[in-house]
Design a protein. Structure first.
Length: 112
């Protein structure tokens, strides 16, 4: 390693909030000419929530993936998202997920 050059690092986070419960929402949207507009509307709604971690468009069977943190006060956030966009959603899955480790450096590459 050359002096002064850091090629990367890995952060292992402890759950500062005390909440270690997450849900993943997979959504299959109705085919439409305005599909990108629908995805944008969903993304805009979700990114205003203080407990979202990730919103991603997907190729294949599912169109979108959302990951949110869940606590007792926000236990039904996933269901509220699905209900709000029920006119645009054909199918969905809500799964509990257990995040044990996050590579913050690689996650930051998603935003570039």
């Amino acid at each position: 390693m050359k002096s002064g050059i850091i090629k990367g690092y890995k952060a292992v986070l402890t759950d500062v909030s005390g909440i270690n419960k997450y849900q993943a929402i997979l959504m299959k949207l109705k085919p439409a000419k305005s599909l990108e507009s629908v995805k944008d509307s969903i993304r805009e709604f979700i990114t205003k929530l203080d407990n979202y971690l990730l919103v991603a468009n997907m190729e294949g069977e599912w169109n979108m993936l959302v990951i949110i943190q869940v606590d007792s006060e926000k236990a039904n956030t996933s269901q509220k998202i699905v209900e709000k966009f029920s006119e645009e959603i054909i199918d969905y899955r809500i799964n509990e997920i257990d995040i044990k480790d996050a590579n913050i450096l690689n996650m930051s590459l998603l935003l570039l």
